[in-house]
Design a protein around this ligand. Structure first.
Ligand SMILES: NC(=O)c1ccc[n+]([C@@H]2O[C@H](COP(=O)([O-])OP(=O)(O)OC[C@H]3O[C@@H](n4cnc5c(N)ncnc54)[C@H](OP(=O)(O)O)[C@@H]3O)[C@@H](O)[C@H]2O)c1
Length: 290
């Protein structure tokens, strides 16, 4: 028999966890949220319409697994409050889903005899309801006490995700990696689209024009690694092309030129490690991109 679980904080992640854990055979024990209607909706979604509670400690009291899926800023105080009101069973597993915060913010639950951990689904949850299982095929970072990690791994696997264990002390950098890969890719693409539109290509087609190049590059990084996937003027040491880019972008926007130069400077060491850029050309490029 699968463990029972409670969800406190029935928003996008909490509602999806409730629905899909129940779908995987975990037994809903209780749902609670700031607004009763959120708890009621999540309980309905999990197929357990009578399992919503006004107070989080009442929702949590009998659960084998307590998931605190409030916004990051109130996870610690929510946990403390539940523990103080006797809502955490001895031997229960208490998890949060923040990508940034360590499991140690759940210390109040550990003091009360629970195992603590975190499970961060590397997915963007934009709504409370999804047509499909948003956990299917994604990665989930887990950390915490050994017993909590064991449960988080099992849960992630049962949800259709692939769990991997990270260091508790490495969570901030783990989260920074995710931000760089996702959010900064958006920034990078916005700049590329701007440059493409400024070249005279129809703005509405700019991303479609660039997309096959982007997808091909991602494929090359996957098979070859970042340095060997690098092509283009910096990898070749083509100073004239870089100089022409600097002049053209400089005419367009000082901010975009700053961005281009910054990215170029970060690209030079990659080109050096690939072995296609001479030391002299690298030095000259760094001067141009300063
Ligand atoms: N969204 C994502 O893409 C994503 C991805 C991975 C991980 N996460 C993590 O998942 C966790 C939840 O994020 P989310 O995006 O699901 O947030 P969300 O949609 O804002 O949901 C949070 C829910 O918690 C409820 N809440 C707020 N304060 C509360 C309190 N003091 N006590 C009880 N419930 C409270 C909210 O209230 P109401 O009752 O008013 O509805 C809301 O429904 C966070 O740790 C976040 O970092 C999010």
């Amino acid at each position: 028999m699968k463990p029972s679980f409670a969800v406190v904080g029935c928003g996008r992640v909490g509602s999806a966890l409730g629905r899909h854990l129940a779908g995987a055979g975990y037994r809903p024990a209780g749902f609670s949220s700031r607004r009763p209607e959120s708890a009621r909706d999540a309980a309905m979604l999990a197929g357990a319409p009578d399992k919503w509670f006004a107070e989080p400690w009442d929702a949590a009291r009998t659960a084998d697994i307590l998931l605190i899926t409030t916004p990051d800023g109130v996870i610690a105080e929510t946990c403390r409050e539940i523990a103080e009101k006797g809502g955490i069973r001895n031997g229960a597993v208490v998890l949060h889903c923040s990508g940034m915060l360590p499991s140690t913010i759940l210390a109040a639950a550990a003091d009360g005899g629970a195992w603590i951990g975190s499970m961060h689904p590397l997915q963007s949850f934009a709504a409370r309801q999804h047509p499909d299982n948003p956990f299917a095929g994604i990665m989930a970072a887990v950390e915490g006490d050994a017993a909590a990690v064991e449960v988080a791994r099992m849960m992630a696997t049962d949800l259709g995700s692939t769990p991997f264990v990270i260091q508790t002390g490495g969570k901030t950098l783990y989260h920074a990696a995710a931000v760089a890969a996702s959010n900064y890719l958006v920034t990078l693409m916005a700049v590329a689209v701007e440059l493409m539109a400024a070249s005279g290509a129809p703005r509405q087609d700019a991303f479609r024009i660039l997309k096959p190049l982007v997808m091909g590059t991602l494929g090359n990084i996957e098979t070859l690694g970042a340095a060997d996937a690098l092509t283009g003027p910096i990898a070749r040491g083509d100073l004239d092309t870089v100089a022409a880019h600097i002049a053209a972008i400089g005419n367009l926007s000082p901010d975009m030129l700053k961005f281009y130069k910054q990215m170029g400077r970060a690209t030079v060491p990659l080109a050096r490690s690939k072995g296609t850029l001479s030391e002299t050309a690298a030095r000259r490029l760094l001067e141009m991109l300063a």
